[in-house]
Design a protein around this ligand. Structure first.
Ligand code: SF4
Length: 78
């Protein structure tokens, strides 16, 4: 069995407009911080449909999900 990749989520604080869409879509991985911008909920996470969807739904493409080991972009991918 292959272990699921460890992923790192980042949110571009300049791009984020604080819609909250990502935090509602993937509350395990993203939260709306006190500054009104989204932020990763934890330093590393695992793959989930919700996280991929959140990255793809962000209206300003502020979210990047990368493989923690390789840095390869995992989401969004259209
Ligand atoms: S969906 Fe995008 S713009 Fe909206 S809070 Fe999340 S990162 Fe910010």
């Amino acid at each position: 069995m292959t272990d699921a990749p460890r992923l790192v989520v980042t949110v571009d604080q300049v791009r984020c407009i604080g819609s909250g869409l990502c935090a509602r879509t993937a509350p395990t991985d993203l939260l709306l911080a006190a500054n009104g911008r989204a932020a990763p909920a934890r330093s590393e996470t695992g793959p989930s449909e919700e996280l991929t969807e959140a990255a793809e739904l962000c209206p300003v493409e502020a979210i990047a999900v990368r493989d923690a080991a390789t840095g390869a972009l995992v989401a969004p991918v259209w």
